[in-house]
Design a protein around this ligand. Structure first.
Ligand code: GSH
Length: 242
């Protein structure tokens, strides 16, 4: 089944199992924020996962989106693509206008453009290629850089340098235009920046002085965006009946 066309069950309130600080869950929450799919968000703890979530998705990673009795998406990109194919109509009405407030560095975030880009197959695939590079190549180095003491076979500086290969590629892109795939927001921007945020947080002083000023500015603008701020609200951990 093509997961992008999973039917939405009108009688079922979709449930999102999420973890606030997980970059995969962040990208899913941002896409859902731009969509007409109303979800009940259940904040979980990774060390104490709700059995209901594990029963739905035995691989037990967040995010998990339950769409109906037997309909589940448990990959963040699938959730993003589903969400962005059900955008709020009209996207820039009232609530979303605030979310498109401008940043001095990257200008107003154009969510209409993001949706149109996702619906264009060639552009979507172009974005998915960079996201695959983020998820498959950059992310493993990010994990080693974050937890260098657990991987003593190399130094923290070595892991950072490996991660910098991707950061340098982003810097080149951002030297050409304000956002990763042009002057307007793309799937790339919202799918990738939560991971670059983690990379920056390992050593903020180093990152801010690094030879990646464009990545710094892009990251700051996206972190400060109303879209990101709105999905980072703190929620109590969801309690289930034992
Ligand atoms: N490919 C998955 C990866 C999701 C993932 O690895 N999430 C992490 C949290 S950031 C997780 O749930 N890990 C399981 C655990 O820590 O037990 C996706 O894109 O949704």
């Amino acid at each position: 089944m093509n997961k992008s066309f999973l039917p939405l069950d009108n009688h079922f309130q979709p449930i999102l199992y999420s973890f606030r600080r997980c970059p995969y869950a962040m990208r899913a929450r941002m896409a859902l924020q731009l969509s007409s799919i109303q979800v009940e968000t259940r904040e979980i703890e990774l060390k104490n996962k709700p059995p209901a979530m594990v029963a739905l998705s035995p691989k037990a990673t967040v995010p998990v989106l339950q769409l109906g009795e037997n309909s589940v998406l448990d990959e963040s990109l699938d959730i993003m693509l589903l969400a962005l194919s059900h955008p709020i109509e009209p996207l820039l009405s009232s609530g979303c206008e605030a979310a498109s407030a401008s940043s001095e560095i990257i200008g107003p975030l154009d969510y209409q453009h993001l949706i149109a880009r996702v619906q264009n197959l060639a552009q979507r695939n172009e974005d998915l290629a960079l996201i695959a590079q983020n998820d498959n190549q950059f992310k493993p180095w990010l994990d080693k850089y974050k937890y260098a003491e657990r991987f003593p076979e190399q130094t923290e500086a070595f892991y950072r340098q490996q991660g910098e290969i991707f950061i340098a590629e982003l810097e080149t892109r951002l030297t050409q235009h304000a956002l990763l795939s042009g002057s307007q927001l793309s799937l790339n921007d919202i799918a990738i920046f939560p991971f670059i945020r983690q990379f920056a947080h390992v050593n903020k002083v180093w990152f801010e002085q690094s030879p990646y000023p464009k990545v710094n500015a892009w990251l700051t603008a996206l972190i400060d965006s109303p879209l990101f701020t709105s999905i980072m609200v703190k929620r109590p951990v969801w309690q289930w009946v034992q």
